[in-house]
Ligand binder design. Structure first.
Ligand code: GRF
Length: 201
C-alpha cells in the first residue's frame, strides 16, 4: 500500500475527490497526510473531515524557500510518503525538493499541456479561443508544468462559455482523472522514458 501526501493551498476539491476515491477502494494507496501553506485553506478542513492528518506549514516561519521545503521534506519523510500529490498547491518547489522525489511528485493542471502552462490556464485557453481544452496530470520536473504527461482529458469549449462554466467542467474532469493517475502510480503501472510516460496493464 503506497503512502500518499496531498499538498493544497485552496478549496481542496481535488483533495476531496481523491479521498472519496480512496474510500471507495478505487486507489491502491492511502492518503496519510495533507499539508497546506495557507492557514485558511478549506483543503485542511476537508482532510480533517475525512480523518486525515492535516498540517499547516506557515511560510512566515522560514527564512527562505529552501528552508520551507526542507521542513516539507522532513514531514513527508517522517510519514514515509511514496507519492506527493500537488492539488492546487500555489508555491513553487525548490530544485532540491523536486530532485529529492524523482518521478514521485504529481501535479494537475487545468489545460491540455503544453498549451497554457502557468497561472490561469482556464482563462488563457478561453481568451485564446481554442475549441477544446481540458486537464493534464503530469509528473513534476524542474520546469513550469513541463514534466512527463501521465493522463489528459479533453473538455470542449462551448458557445457563450465563461471562465466559470469552463472551470466547472474542467474541475469535474480533474476529479475523474486525478484518482485514476494516482491509482496507476500506486499499482506500479507507470514507466517514464524520456518525456513519455507509458501505462502498463
Ligand atoms: C485545479 O483547478 C488544478 O488544476 C489547479 O488548481 C486547482 C485546484 O482546485 N492546479 P481545488 O483546490 O482542488 O479545488
Amino acid at each position: 500500500m503506497k503512502n500518499i501526501a496531498v499538498l493544497a493551498s485552496g478549496v481542496g476539491s481535488n483533495l476531496e475527490a481523491i479521498l472519496e476515491a480512496v474510500e471507495r477502494g478505487e486507489v491502491a494507496g492511502r492518503v496519510v497526510l495533507a499539508i497546506s501553506d495557507q492557514v485558511e485553506a478549506a483543503a485542511l478542513e476537508k482532510a480533517r473531515g475525512h480523518r486525515i492528518k492535516a498540517l499547516f506549514l506557515s511560510p512566515k516561519n522560514y527564512n527562505s524557500r529552501e528552508e520551507y521545503d526542507q521542513a516539507l521534506f522532513d514531514q513527508l519523510k517522517k510519514t514515509q510518503v511514496d507519492l506527493v500529490v500537488l492539488a492546487g498547491f500555489m508555491r513553487l518547489l525548490s530544485t532540491y525538493f523536486i530532485r529529492s522525489f524523482p518521478l514521485q511528485i504529481m501535479n494537475i493542471h487545468p489545460s491540455l499541456l503544453p498549451a497554457f502552462p502557468g497561472l490561469d490556464g482556464v482563462e488563457q485557453a478561453l481568451n485564446y479561443g481554442v475549441k477544446v481544452t481540458g486537464c493534464t496530470v503530469h509528473f513534476v520536473d524542474e520546469g513550469l508544468d513541463s514534466g512527463p504527461i501521465i493522463l489528459q482529458e479533453a473538455v470542449p469549449v462551448i458557445q457563450n462559455e465563461t471562465i466559470m462554466t469552463l472551470q466547472q467542467r474542467i474541475h469535474a474532469a480533474e476529479h475523474r482523472l486525478y484518482p485514476i493517475a494516482i491509482d496507476l502510480f500506486c499499482r506500479g503501472k507507470l514507466q517514464v522514458e524520456g518525456r513519455r510516460c507509458f501505462i502498463f496493464d
